[in-house]
Design a protein around this ligand. Structure first.
Ligand SMILES: [Cu+2]
Length: 438
């Protein structure tokens, strides 16, 4: 008999229980996801993945028709221990052939899951068995190697973690994992375009867009690892506020301590995995996001012309005669904070999320790491917004303003177009006590 194919309906983060059998390990926390239970049979860890159409809530207010595994996209995280013998049953409930490639693993060539090269495709309705020993501890992914462009554009992918054989190796207090993924879903529609190569309009962590992405909740002083895998078609510089980290793991394994350097942004290229580590020493609500600014926007942010500095007076009245609902936007930037725009059904606002001080004006690949002194070990529940100690919050200046100093020399060029140098006039203000400060 096949092991039960456990299915998950919720897109919320499900902290996994401690492993019930087999070698002990510290489970990871899959952001807006879950880990797949296994069955132990004659010393082999057996998992059952079902490739199938799913409905994924990308964020409250928007659902997408995707393809995934066991009820969700991405599929569940698979967690095993170095040295485990693993057997994965893969049942295909899609309308076309599929396969699973175990990205990054050392395994017998015939278990590598490349349709046509190492196996025939798994036909609809059929089940294939993959079996190998998890030889190397580290961070891995799984995805089809069959009609890849369609199946990945539809959300077929999942995370795999092989824990070290010794539970004390590379030990951390909290270990978060998620995949970077992207979709092209027209505003008002439910199904991704599958032939898009570059111009995706929904940039997601584990098929969730901000404000739908759960926070990374940690206890102050915790050693934290965040593992990220990239199965989009472009790279993502992931950036953490308030802390420096080191890349301690890549797709090829752990990075030797002598080879690490501190940074605050790690670029994760296509097909790569990165594990970053740091001590969460600074309490607060720290942004954690892709640094490509159009990746922290949702669908409505694309294909909008730049209107900064354009005087739209009069234009709106003329257009309103043709389109009664027209609203001129963007002449002072595209800030959407506190602004309600009419948008099609099943579409996320371009930039959303409410913070304690107003609109966060972010979408897509953005979430918040919440560091709290009072968070209990192992507690991932949302502690609410950070309460800033007195004197630690940016505030509005209520005093006067100095007169603006302008350089009035014509043009201010070093060289005139003729090639002759022009006299430069400069006004130098020498320090004279604190008269300029107020
Ligand atoms: Cu990005």
């Amino acid at each position: 008999m096949l092991p039960e194919a456990v299915s998950q309906a919720s897109p919320l983060t499900q902290p996994p229980p401690a492993p019930p059998n087999g070698r002990p390990f510290n489970p990871v926390l899959t952001l807006n996801g879950w880990s797949l239970p296994w069955r132990m049979k004659d010393g082999v860890k057996e998992f059952h993945l079902v490739a199938e159409p799913v409905v994924r809530e990308i964020a409250p207010g928007m659902k997408a028709n995707l393809w995934g595994y066991n009820g969700q996209s991405p599929g569940p995280t698979i967690e095993v221990v170095e040295g485990d013998r693993v057997r994965v049953f893969v049942t295909n409930r899609l309308p076309e052939v599929t396969s699973i490639h175990w990205h990054g693993q050392r395994l017998p060539n015939g278990m590598d899951g490349v349709t046509g090269l190492t196996q025939p495709g798994i036909a609809p309705g059929k089940t294939f068995v993959y079996e190998f020993v998890a030889r190397r501890a580290g961070t891995f992914m799984y995805h089809p190697h069959a009609d890849e462009m369609t199946q990945m554009a539809m959300g077929m992918m999942g995370f795999w973690v092989t824990h070290p054989r010794d539970i004390g190796t590379m030990r951390v207090d909290r270990d978060f994992v998620f995949l970077l993924n992207a979709y092209d879903i027209d505003p008002g529609s439910f199904t991704p375009r599958v032939n898009t190569m570059l111009d995706f309009n929904l940039w997601t962590f584990n098929s969730r867009a901000f404000p739908g992405i759960d926070p990374l909740v940690v206890r102050q002083g915790d050693k934290v690892r965040i593992r990220v895998g990239n199965l989009t078609m472009t790279n993502h510089p992931v950036h953490l506020h308030g802390h420096e980290f080191e890349v301690t793991g890549t797709d090829g394994g752990w990075v030797r301590p002598q080879a690490r350097w501190p940074e605050v942004t790690a670029d994760v290229a296509v097909g790569q995995m990165r594990a970053i580590e740091f001590v969460a020493s600074e309490p607060g609500d720290w942004a954690f996001h892709c640094h490509k600014s159009h990746h922290t926007m949702n669908a409505m942010g694309h294909d909008v012309p730049t209107m900064i500095g354009v005087d739209q007076r009069g234009v709106a009245e003329k257009i309103t005669q043709l389109m009664p609902d027209y609203m001129a936007m963007g002449d002072k930037g595209q800030s959407m904070g506190g602004m309600e725009m009419p948008i099609p059904e099943n579409t996320l606002p371009m930039m959303g999320g409410e913070g304690p001080f107003g609109g966060v004006e972010m979408g897509g690949m953005f979430t918040v790491m919440k560091v709290r002194a009072e968070q209990k070990p192992g507690d991932y529940s949302d502690p609410g917004w950070y309460r800033h100690p007195p004197g630690t919050l940016a505030y509005e200046w209520q005093g006067g303003m100095p007169a603006t100093q302008r350089n009035e020399s014509p043009g201010g060029h070093l060289m005139q177009p003729t090639g002759k140098s022009a006299p430069i006039e400069m006004t130098v203000r020498k320090p004279s006590g604190h008269s300029g400060h107020q």
